[in-house]
Design a protein around this ligand. Structure first.
Ligand code: ZN
Length: 279
């Protein structure tokens, strides 16, 4: 009798635990919101072969939780130029292709504040924005001082993120290997910007995690040859972070770079300009 009860209880607990785990797992999508040209690899990769080239593109990532939570990694940018840009689709309109509207986004994990990652932030009025505190401090402060590095930053984005903070929607993250949302952990140390972060996601597969490197890996070329990006504050740290990423996933195919168009041929297409990563 006791044995039966114990067995039933264990089964009950197992069911609860696996349910909880399911709730904290995410379907991961990459959405290309702008095309780019083929460029000489040397333009983006220190030490690349002068004969090699890479195709650049711009993307954001949607994490669709089995718990109903919709999370964006980065917000893309707003194209305000008057010239016709055929490849560009506003990031919120890309989301529509997955039947997700801008107001459905609960969180934005901002990997770093370069214009092509933060510029679309005001498209998502309900989102909490998660950013590394040291990256935020640098972005709104030292970057604009005499010896600061503001390349890739835009002043209007500084104003926007401060306004989001005033609205109480900014969540500053302090440090490395922190689970900011159940099933989602962020890491630092890559030094693409002052303190950019990359994101490890529990995907809907028992054995595989998906790592969204964003610009901690610009191109597969960086990762395959362990070469730093041309835009970074510490090349050694950048390479060190890529080595570390290999230890964080069981399948290196699920490490996703920030600007490589190959992402859109490597994974199954589920809508125009959208691929699903993982299984
Ligand atoms: Zn960047």
């Amino acid at each position: 009798m006791i044995k039966k009860f114990t067995l039933a209880f264990i089964l009950f607990l197992t069911a609860i635990i696996s349910n909880c785990q399911n709730g904290n797992e995410y379907h991961v999508f990459a959405l290309k919101y702008d095309d780019g040209p083929k460029i000489p690899a040397q333009q983006g990769i220190v030490g690349a072969n002068p004969k090699d080239s890479v195709r650049i593109c711009f993307m954001v990532w949607l994490l669709k939780g089995e718990n109903g939570r919709n999370i964006l990694v980065d917000a893309g940018y707003l194209d305000t130029t008057k010239t016709e840009n055929k490849g560009y689709v506003r990031p919120d309109l890309m989301l529509k292709r997955l039947n997700v509207s801008a107001s459905d986004i609960n969180d934005i994990i901002l990997t770093h504040p370069h214009y092509d990652h933060i510029g679309g932030i005001n498209l998502f009025p309900n989102a909490k924005v998660w950013m590394q505190k040291d990256d935020f401090d640098y972005f709104v402060g030292e970057a604009w001082q005499e010896k600061g590095v503001s390349e890739g930053f835009q002043k209007n984005d500084v104003r926007n993120i401060i306004e989001i903070n005033l609205q109480g929607r900014l969540k500053l993250v302090k440090g490395d290997s922190i689970e900011i949302i159940p099933g989602i952990r962020v890491f630092i140390g890559s030094k693409h910007t002052f303190e950019n972060q990359y994101v490890l996601v529990n995907s809907n597969s028992k054995t595989n995690k998906i790592l969204i490197a964003s610009d901690a890996i610009w191109f597969y070329y960086n990762y395959n040859k362990l070469l730093p990006a041309t835009l970074c504050m510490d090349p050694k740290a950048y390479v060190g972070a890529m080595k570390r990423m290999k230890t964080l996933v069981t399948n290196p195919d699920f490490i996703i770079p920030g600007h490589d168009d190959l992402v859109f041929t490597k994974f199954p297409n589920v809508a125009e300009g959208v691929v699903k990563i993982g299984n």
